[in-house]
Design a protein around this ligand. Structure first.
Ligand code: HEM
Ligand SMILES: *[C@@H]1O[C@H](CO)[C@@H](O)[C@H](O)[C@H]1NC(C)=O
Ligand SMILES: *[C@@H]1O[C@H](CO)[C@@H](O)[C@H](O)[C@H]1NC(C)=O
Ligand SMILES: *[C@@H]1O[C@H](CO)[C@@H](O)[C@H](O)[C@H]1NC(C)=O
Length: 329
């Protein structure tokens, strides 16, 4: 009798401890799944419907919106700063060379227009972007692949210069990646898991061509790149051109764990991908994901952490009327 009572007590305190933990796991808890339940009950359905139509017409869109959300969150937090157009001579994030190939802005505009019609001034552009990223990646699965927590507000600052400091570069080494992610409260697990975003989409040759020729004084090609794959890539990237190549060949529209399999074959496209294998802990996680059905679950968790970087919530920031411009005072 006594033991079962103790067991129940133990269970209760465990449950309480768990709830305490989940309430205190950082800024993410400032966000809520049902944030718009009363203020804009149709918001999520509107995003989902528009995205379904757009992805049907363009299956590559998931990669565009996933990257757009990532570039939003890493620079000044998830505040839709990446969506702001320049005003006058002041240059914004989207004009940065590192953001040249971002796209999907028009899709966010279409969603914003529809959502504003349903509930004017309620749903932030930052939340729309987070939902659009999730929904576009989820279309092939016919179900949402992770929960998006909501309640972000939009910022009113966007500076081109921020992009060079706050975003990782394709030539980043492991130390730089780990340090940068840590500065966004993302740990080693998040780094490896979110790098799995490269299981979909394309890259331009210019983002990795330094690995293909004149790489270093001792090696023409990057030794961390499979030689046969380097040859294949050299063919895809003729001199003085900058075409697109699939990041995960033959699987670039399919959101899966294939990225980790080719990474171990030294076929990660960027030095930043290959850099994961220079760290023992990261390599362990890469190996785990090659046969781990938990990749999707972990990806969702890390997306929630990424989606909670440096938030504007409560009375901070604003709900932009148009995603490309700050509201007029
Ligand atoms: C770890 C550091 C990362 C680096 C250095 C990096 C770098 C890059 C670069 C250079 C490109 C190709 C741009 C081009 O030449 O067109 C790219 C594409 C992409 N990245 Fe990353 N990335 C990183 C992390 C992430 C994360 C965390 C995500 C999302 C969770 C992500 C999602 C994507 C996607 C989906 C594309 C393809 C975009 C398209 O198809 O247009 N990346 N990334
Ligand atoms: C990684 O890159 C940074 C920045 O370029 C550099 O300062 C550092 O020395 C590099 N670390 C290693 C281990 O190569
Ligand atoms: C590599 O370096 C050599 C000598 O500097 C140069 O002639 C050649 O064009 C370079 N190749 C590429 C692809 O940059
Ligand atoms: C931008 O936002 C800050 C803080 O929310 C506010 O103090 C400032 O007046 C805003 N600037 C403009 C131009 O709206």
């Amino acid at each position: 009798m006594k033991t079962s009572k103790t067991n129940i007590l133990l269970l209760v305190s465990l449950v309480l401890a768990f709830e305490f933990l989940s309430v205190c796991n950082g800024q993410g808890t400032l966000l809520k799944k049902h944030f718009y339940k009363k203020s804009c009950p149709n918001a999520l359905a509107i995003v989902e419907t528009i995205i379904a139509g757009k992805v049907a017409a363009n299956p590559a869109l998931g990669a565009k919106l996933l990257r757009l959300h990532f570039h939003d969150c890493f620079v000044r937090g998830c505040d839709a700063s990446v969506l702001l157009d320049p005003v006058g001579t002041a240059q914004t994030e989207k004009q940065s060379i590192v953001n040249t190939f971002l796209s999907g802005y028009d899709v966010i505009d279409d969603i914003k227009t529809a959502v504003e019609k349903a509930c004017p001034g309620v749903v932030s552009c930052a939340d729309i972007l987070a939902l659009a990223a999730r929904d576009s990646v989820s279309v092939p699965f016919g179900k949402p692949m992770w929960d998006v927590l909501l309640g972000r507000r939009d910022g009113n600052v966007s500076l081109l210069a921020d992009t060079f400091v706050q975003l990782p570069a394709p030539f980043s080494n492991f130390t730089s990646l780990e340090t940068l992610f840590a500065s966004k409260k993302l740990n080693l697990n998040d780094l490896v898991t979110l790098s799995g975003g490269h299981t979909i989409g394309v890259s331009h040759c210019g983002s990795f061509s330094n690995r293909l020729a004149n790489f270093s004084s001792t090696s023409n090609t990057d030794p961390s790149l499979d030689p046969a794959y380097a040859k294949f890539l050299r063919k895809k990237c003729p001199a003085n051109t900058n075409p697109e190549v699939e990041m995960d060949p033959k699987s670039s529209l399919s959101f899966d764990n294939h990225y980790y399999k080719i990474l171990l074959e030294k076929k990660g496209l960027f030095q930043s991908d290959a850099a994961l294998l220079t760290n023992r802990g990261a390599t362990k996680i890469v190996k785990k994901f090659t046969n781990d059905k938990k990749f999707f679950e972990k990806f969702g968790k890390s997306m929630q952490k990424m989606g909670a970087i440096e938030l504007l919530v409560g009375k901070k920031g604003e709900i932009r009327k148009q995603c490309r411009v700050v509201n007029r005072k």
